[in-house]
Design a protein around this ligand. Structure first.
Ligand code: SF4
Ligand code: SF4
Length: 156
């Protein structure tokens, strides 16, 4: 099943050949593995700066598809949702999931073997057990003071 990310017709291993700032929009978008983990709420330790992901999902995340339910007009509902771009990645990479392709490439690391760009299969992120499919809880049902109980270990 498609994850809505168009990975067709891109140059073989383009991410190894160009810096992130030189990628086309399509190449940039295709780097997303569709895991949905950047849509989980995070807890950040003010003193250490350490970030922990929780299984408490953004109100718009559909954890069956691992996609945003209203991606195009999401800022009407979640104004603080980040638009990740090559020129702001350096300010956001630290809180991105450890398996996130943008963070991995920004850190000079390779894409993992299960990445859909490598497998050619959008489902491989789910079969590898890396996505949020089926295990999030709603932020509506989970008060913020309980988020600590929902911290997840990374990488999944
Ligand atoms: S964590 Fe990264 S790879 Fe996963 S959905 Fe978010 S942007 Fe895409
Ligand atoms: S608004 Fe959509 S893209 Fe933004 S965090 Fe929520 S689910 Fe993810």
């Amino acid at each position: 099943m498609s994850d809505g990310i168009n990975r067709n017709g891109l140059a073989n291993r383009f991410w190894d050949k160009k810096p992130l700032t030189k990628l086309s929009n399509r190449e940039w978008e295709a780097l997303c593995d569709g895991c949905g983990k950047c849509c989980l709420n995070k807890l950040e330790d003010e003193d250490s700066g350490e970030v922990a992901l929780t299984r408490v999902a953004c109100r718009l995340l559909d954890d069956a598809t691992c996609r945003c339910a209203h991606y195009e007009n999401r800022h009407q509902f979640v104004p603080e949702c980040i638009v990740l771009k090559p020129d702001n990645l350096d300010t956001h990479a630290y809180w991105m999931p450890q398996t996130c392709a943008y963070r991995l490439l920004w850190e000079g690391k390779p894409l993992p073997d299960w990445h859909p760009l490598i497998t050619g299969d959008p489902a491989s992120v789910h079969t590898a057990g890396v996505s949020v499919r089926g295990w999030t809880v709603s932020e509506f049902d989970t008060p913020e003071e309980e988020w600590e109980e929902h911290i997840i270990e990374e990488p999944l």
